[in-house]
Design a protein around this ligand. Sequence first.
Ligand code: SF4
Length: 848
Amino acid sequence: MPRTILLGDEAVATAAIHSGVTGGYSYPGTPSTEILETFQKLGRRVPFHKVHAHWCANEKTAYEAAMGHSYAGHRSMVSFKHVGLNVAMDPYMSSAITGCNGGMVIAVADDPGMHSSQSEQDSRFLSHFALLPCLEPWDQQAAYDWTRAAFDLSEEFKLPVMVRLVTRLAHSRASVELQPPLETVPAVPPVGDWRGWTLLPANAKPNYERLLSKQERLSQRLEEGPYFQLDETGNRSYGIIATGLGVNYVKEAFDRYNVRHPLLCVGAYPVPDALLRKMFHMCDCILLVEEGMPLLERILHAAGLTTRELLRGRLTGDLPRSGELTPEIVATALGVKVPSEDVLAARTSDQPLPVVSRPPQLCAGCSHIDVFTTIDKITGGNNNARVFGDIGCYTLAALPPYDTMHTCVDMGASIPMAIGASQAGLSPAIAVIGDSTFTHSGMTGLADAINQHANVVVIISDNSTTAMTGGQPDIATGEDLVRIVKGLGIDEDHVHFIDANKAHHAEMEDALRREVEYEGPSVLVFRRPCIHNPRRDKAEAAELESAQKEVQQQRLQAANKQAAGELAAEAEAVPEGRPKIRDSFGPDFKRDLIMAGVGGQGILVIAHTVGITATRLGMYVKQAETHGMSQRGGAVISHVRYGVNPVHSDLVERGQGDILLAVEPMEALRWTGYLGPHGHLVASVKPVVNVPNYPELEEVLAHIQSFAAHTLLDADRLASQAGWAKSANMVLLGAVAPLLGFDDRDINLTLEEVWRPKGEKVITVNQRAYQYGRDAGLFYRALIEGGVAPADALVLASETEPSPDALHFVPAWAETLARDAGRSIVNAIHESNRPASVDPSQLAAIME
Ligand code: SF4
């Protein structure tokens, strides 16, 4: 069957479309956003039935819409992040009692390590609490296969089924083998006794008994599936029970450190007792590896199956109580000495690395800046003033240079917290909330403020989108918000609607000053669309157009096939299975890459290009990405691992990476801890100075040059010479290409595929940028290997001028340098005010 490379989120969405789901509902939140985004994109391309995919007001309404869709007999999916499930708890708990009709899946993405969340929680506890089945895939293939199975399971047991992801799975890519999609799933119309859906106590009680009675059969049914794997081989002094993503970390630790113990992989709940008992009988002691909170560990202790001495895990301190796991953490818990600390210790110099923190920031030109500048102007210096914040890009105002937000607790908390604080004597109490968050759960808070005539000023910072998660549409903006606010009952005299820009600063200040003095609730809607909206709108229009074309084409093809009587399976046209890996790679070929940069520099595109290329060549690939808030000008990192043998963990081990590729020089130094003793560092010299204490560039570059294997180049300059300043990431891809193990042809094919939607011109310019980068990298490395000091090599490399017509520049550059050596090199090196490390007359020989 066809293979494709998918994020965990994309695998779930693709499975839903392939399962005939016709209703997908969600509210965006990292790390789950891409589930509905992908579902929407694929749903538009389903030719013969309508797929509804909606961003709802909040997770509760999304959940209820999915329940309604299922009630009507169609398959439905609701998706959100873990804290979104908190918002949807009411219908979620009730849905265990009503059950469902059409298959219903709850896709929840948890965020262990709190990369983009305010709390670390584990949704498995809530499946246990509600007595609903939960599937916990351990890789992208399982995310696809098990989501498809979840719809069948849901219909068999008439219960919603939870599919639990975690950040590292949701935002990590791997190759997935797809199965033929179900063309249609006939809706099962609601029939019979309606009392099951009407939860009066007299109906709810028998329903609950029914739910309890299903548990044993459910457990047996799960045991028959692929959700539990028991490998009894290995040293039985320890047995390991690993759940979900923890399975990968254990397998990776086994392979890396050459240890082996019996392993029970758990991917579904409730877990059959018999399997657990078998492990306890077989092994002296059990290590429980759970990515998240210690659910199974608590269950096992509570069931009296074991003692604290025999069961080790997060509760006993053998694994950290919070945060994400890694193969090294698991190996250490098994008593293995991991080498990464030795590598790092050997590399530590007396000089600390010149690296400063680079927190995410509001984009230059963002309207929230105008809002917080206004607040600061009016309340600055008033020690009693407090700004109660909410969740969105504007939460970044809690950080320097603004420092103008004092709380951020949960969606919609700003207004009720301001009410409570004002009633406790704080004044002025200002609530700041975005347009999307206001319609999510701010309106009820405002209704309280009006009802209690609370002394609060509510500022709706309206950017006409849900910007923080990538710009999903919101349900009210501009005048619509004003109408909602007035409809809720705010006095007309205390509602202001002002454009948030410099020309209106005086008006914004005046309105805020007046409302701060007013004793009662008031609302200021400060509006200016997010500066990225036009680009997103354009992309959305192009995507819609392309989806429509595809649907027309599919319908035409189907009609033609029918006319010709050849209804061949679509899949036949697509290459099947994993392609054979070329022998030239050898039996142990693998690469572990770290890619680093600043949000917006396009490192994900580089990572994706490498991942697609490796997948097309038949390799095993894992690619983990940073999504969410960190992309707002903050530091971002991507791990890419590929090779001819299975890759379990998506994370490169510290001190073991083969290549560190950085689109920004200080970001290179931030992640050098991942580089192995023979690892190669490739970086661009152009800094992104968006923090006030950015270190001296010379010092940063000198540290990079102290690495024996490194390549430096000015990717921005070469990108401009290639024809598009934004393709600096492709220049870097070119510079690292000879180290990746692929042919140029392989990468150029992927570049064509990746940039195809943007047209021929963009493909050409990116391929050219790639070529310039490749030759600049080769040139720099040749100089270093020829004995030129890194500082001089950088000066010489900056003299290079690629020609758009040539295929390879290195020989031409070498020739030019040799010919003009007396002038260009000596001048260049003299300008840099350092003794030259190379005799110009030797250059031709070096280049040969
Ligand atoms: S994405 Fe939009 S709303 Fe968010 S910080 Fe940037 S400009 Fe502001």
